[in-house]
Write a protein of this length. Structure first.
Length: 153
């Protein structure tokens, strides 16, 4: 598992591409998948925050996502799609870790580009896999996906 800074040091180009995708609308926008108590997936939009070279999400206290992440921290995060038919894609997976340090919480709130609620619960997204997908040959018979993948060691 790696934090965002470690990922960016290991694979700077992929991390920059990922940050561009996650923050393409300035506000971080992504879909977060978590695991329900019964093992089924749950998917909801979130606003990720990069703060001090680490990636976080803030989750409302009464959100089922929060309970999912506290019980089983495994997650998948998919950046919002771009506004074009052959848009790139960016994906992360790993483990979300509850953060209760007030100094880190204050930094994340200060760095959030969305209207973060100070009651939200903070999780750091530790990364075990990152993948960027781009598309070649859109509109032709040779249309195909090209993947760049990084796996934490």
């Amino acid at each position: 598992m790696a934090n965002w800074k470690e990922f960016a040091q290991a694979e700077p180009s992929l991390a920059q591409t990922g940050a561009n995708q996650l923050f393409q609308y300035e506000v971080g926008l992504a879909f977060l998948a978590s695991i329900r108590k019964n093992g089924a997936p749950r998917l909801h939009p979130v606003c990720p925050v990069l703060s001090k070279a680490r990636l976080y999400v803030l989750i409302m206290p009464n959100s089922p996502k929060r309970l999912d992440l506290e019980r089983d921290g495994r997650y998948a995060l998919q950046a919002f799609p771009q506004d074009k038919p052959d848009s790139d894609e960016f994906y992360l997976s790993g483990t979300a870790r509850l953060i209760d340090d007030p100094a880190i919480y204050a930094d994340v709130l200060a760095d959030a580009k969305h209207h973060a609620n100070p009651d939200e619960i903070l999780f750091e997204l530790e990364i075990d896999r990152a993948m960027h997908t781009r598309w070649e040959g859109f509109g032709t018979p040779d249309y195909r996906s090209v993947h760049s993948t990084w796996i934490a060691t």
